[in-house]
Design a protein around this ligand. Structure first.
Ligand code: PLP
Length: 283
């Protein structure tokens, strides 16, 4: 496949950055992931807006404009013949002698690649996913989509080893923050969709935002508040959202079945609504 590194399209196996790159040494960088469906980018404006925000929070300057960023994303979709999958973008502070302070006069590194992935016909959408809960070990600026993902790597590995597909991370007060790579939602027995409000405790999910707007349009009741693991286990339904998984029903939390232990009707409906939105906004 073809990747992009600092202005050049190159076969993935030849794509290289320096071992002095600050992304590698310090995780000093940010990233974005947008889904591709029918060969088009889904909700991409939201992803690029979040990328700009993440960059600004780290005082990182993108080496290309956001208009150029879209051109790179589209070029990767086309050159790799992606009809369904994702595009990954990463900006790091660049390569310089190892020193914690920002280097002067160094151009940030921009790398990007595209991957094929089954999104529409994902088996997980049919069966639902199982999640475990783990303590949230991350730093306190989780609103920045930084490449420092060690806590999420360990959380997802724990989920995999438990035969689950996602780990919901839990704060010191027993409330769910979010999934290792997704936003967490429950639907109470009274039919209220609950998800944690955006703050520095979670990443502001693009899919979260779209799904909440769609739910509001449908006059479903939505509450932004923290929920505990116990409340989640007692919920009528649960689901997660992310760019490359859209909306996925959650059928089990720490071994407890949610509702009837099968994908819930509301989660399935929200997935269908999001898919319509995704197709309508694709570029
Ligand atoms: N929360 C975390 C920690 C994530 O890594 C992600 C995305 O991968 C999300 C939430 C979902 O965000 P989005 O819907 O923008 O993909």
């Amino acid at each position: 496949s073809i990747a992009y590194v600092n202005g050049a399209y190159t076969p993935l196996e030849d794509a290289r950055v320096s071992i002095l790159d600050r992304g590698f040494l310090f995780a000093d960088g940010v990233y974005e992931v947008a889904a591709v469906i029918d060969g088009r980018l889904i909700d991409n404006e939201a992803h690029l807006a979040r990328l700009e925000r993440s960059l600004a929070e780290l005082r990182l300057e993108s080496p290309v404009t956001m208009a150029e960023m879209v051109e790179i994303e589209r070029a990767l979709v086309t050159r790799n013949g992606i009809t369904e999958g994702l595009v990954y973008l990463q900006v790091t502070r660049g390569a310089a002698d190892r020193d914690f302070s920002f280097p002067r006069g160094v151009r940030p590194t921009l790398v990007a690649f595209a991957q094929k992935k089954n999104i529409l016909a994902s088996p997980a959408a049919q069966t639902g996913v199982k999640v475990i809960t783990v303590p949230d070990l991350r730093w306190s600026r989780r609103d920045i989509k930084s490449v420092a993902l060690l806590a999420q790597v360990l959380a997802k590995q724990a989920a995999t080893e438990a035969g689950c597909q996602e780990a919901w991370m839990v704060d010191a007060d027993g409330f769910v923050t979010e999934g290792s790579s997704s936003t967490a939602f429950i639907i109470t027995r009274a039919g209220v969709i609950v998800t944690r409000p955006n703050s520095s405790a979670i990443l502001p999910g693009c899919t979260r935002r779209a799904v909440m707007a769609l739910a509001a349009e449908q006059r479903l009741s939505v509450e932004e508040r923290a929920f505990s693991v116990d409340e989640a286990k007692a919920a009528a339904e649960a689901f997660l959202t992310s760019a490359s998984n859209l909306v996925l029903p959650v059928v089990e939390i720490d071994g407890s079945p949610i509702g009837a232990g099968v994908p819930g009707d509301s989660a399935k409906r929200l997935r269908a609504l999001y898919l319509d939105f995704a197709r309508a906004t694709a570029v």
